[in-house]
Structure formats: C-alpha cells, structure tokens
Design a protein around this ligand. Structure first.
Ligand SMILES: C[S@@+](CC[C@H](N)C(=O)[O-])C[C@H]1O[C@@H](n2cnc3c(N)ncnc32)[C@H](O)[C@@H]1O
Length: 247
C-alpha cells in the first residue's frame, strides 16, 4: 500500500529529518504498555479495522497488529514510515502503510474503518481550521458507531507556569534526548537535544482542549475525555485523550 512518494511541506520535511533519531525519544516497552489503554477503548467499541493516522516509527500500529487488529498505518513522512516498517519487522509483524497528508485523507481510501487513532500529540501540527476539516474527513472514513481517538499535550500548563517535559504522560520516556518547550509569541517552541548532540526545533500553535472537543463535536462525534488516561477532565493533566464516537 505504501506509495513510496515523499509528501511536500515543512512538517513532513522536519519529520523526514527527525526519523533517524525519533526512536531515541521512545522507551518501546513502556510505550507498548501504554498502547493497552487505547486497545481497551477500541475493543469497548468493537473496532477491529483501524486507521493509525500518525504512525511515526510505529509503536501503536505494531501494538495493535500484535493484538490481532487489522491496521492501516498512515503518515505524511516517508522516512518515519520506513522506520516503522523496520521496527515492525523487529516485532514480527508486517505493516500496511500509506504515505499521505491528513489534509487530503478523505480522498485516500475507498474503504471505511471501525476506528482511527492519532496519538503521541500529533494533531498539534495542524491549526484549528485545518484540524476541523480533517476531523470531518476522518468522520467520513468511519462506519456508523466507529471511534476516533486523538491525544493532546496540555499546553495550557505553560501559560500557568507549569513545565512540559518530554516524559510527561509516559509516551516519550526514551533516554536518548531532552526536550524543552516554551511559549513564544503565542507559539509553542519545542526543542529536542539528542544524545549525539543533534538539535531539532518544532514550533506550532498550541491546541487547547476546549477547541479540540469542539472540533470533534462539530463533526458529529460524541466525546469522552480522559486526563492522563483516566476518565474525566483534570486541569493540570499532562495529556488529554479524546474519544469520539461517530453517530
Ligand atoms: C509526534 S509524531 C508521533 C508519532 C507516533 N504517533 C508516536 O506517538 O510516536 C507526529 C507524527 O505525525 C506525522 N504528521 C504530522 N503532520 C502530518 C500531516 N499533516 N499529515 C500526515 N502526517 C503528519 C509526522 O510525520 C509524525 O510521524
């Protein structure tokens, strides 16, 4: 399924550059353990055919494949997808991959899914209007009663003087890099310093959770919120998880 083409755009180019080092951010045993939370949610909804929208180097796709889900693994970065395939081989599974941009995701498939996931704070790379449009397209890719799960770092912590650390939320507990996040002129500037000295900076508009909930609801999803994978809203959580059920 991989089309082998590099997508254009700043974020894709940045992730193509990051791909060789991205796994240094991840402690795979810990990350696969966290995937169990999402697996439980998907099973609650009887969702077996899943679209992983932000495959990255593959942790969630691999965890789902290992548990017998039927997964299609999409990402805008060809180099991240290539890493994911190598990791999948290490874990004894084969991924069905697609390189595509979320902004055109509605045109990519001629099939529907029972679930879609967008994890690891990925959605933050789009701005509100774009996310709104993409969530609508994702709704169109899901069967009735399908489920869409996305997660978001809680950037409102920064405006209250609370730190954001790489390892918060348990997704990125690898020991191969440090991360600093700060607010500059309304943008989050997130810098990674890797243990081999390489530095990367990503900057984007922070997603606030009310905005994310509204994006889901305006596309016809019934939303449940989790704070650090526990039911309900907590102001100082590190990560929020949103589960949208398609009506
Ligand atoms: C923070 S990484 C998370 C990867 C993985 N989900 C994880 O948790 O490790 C974000 C991923 O989203 C992908 N991405 C960002 N913007 C995208 C877009 N507009 N279309 C498709 N993929 C995108 C990046 O290429 C990257 O692999």
């Amino acid at each position: 399924m991989a089309n082998g083409q590099k997508t254009k755009g700043k974020t894709h180019e940045q992730y193509n550059l990051l791909a060789g080092r991205f796994d240094r951010l991840i402690d795979w045993n810990e990350r696969l353990r966290i995937s169990n939370f999402f697996i439980r949610l998907l099973r609650e909804h009887n969702a077996k055919k899943i679209l992983d929208m932000s495959t990255g180097t593959g942790p969630d796709s691999i965890a789902l494949c290992k548990k017998g889900f039927e997964v299609v693994s999409l990402d805008g970065s060809l180099d991240m997808i290539e890493r994911a395939k190598i990791n999948a081989e290490r874990y004894g599974v084969k991924l069905r991959t697609v390189v595509a941009d979320w902004r055109t995701i509605g045109n990519v498939f001629c099939t529907q899914f029972e679930g879609a996931i967008c994890l690891g704070n990925s959605f933050t790379h789009l701005e509100h209007r774009e996310r709104e449009e993409v969530v609508k397209q994702v709704r169109g890719l899901l069967v009735q009663n399908g489920v869409f799960i996305a997660d978001y770092r809680n950037y409102s912590r920064l405006s209250r003087g609370l730190p954001i650390r790489l390892e918060d939320g348990g997704y990125y507990t690898g020991k191969g890099a440090e991360m600093k996040a700060e607010l500059r002129d309304g943008l989050v500037v997130q810098s990674y310093i890797f243990d081999d000295g390489a530095k990367f900076t990503l900057s984007f508009k922070p997603v606030f959770i009310d905005e994310a909930i509204a994006e889901f609801e305006s596309s016809g999803f019934v939303v449940r919120i989790f704070s650090d994978r526990r039911k309900g809203y907590k102001k100082n959580a590190s990560f929020y998880q949103l589960e949208g059920k398609a009506n």
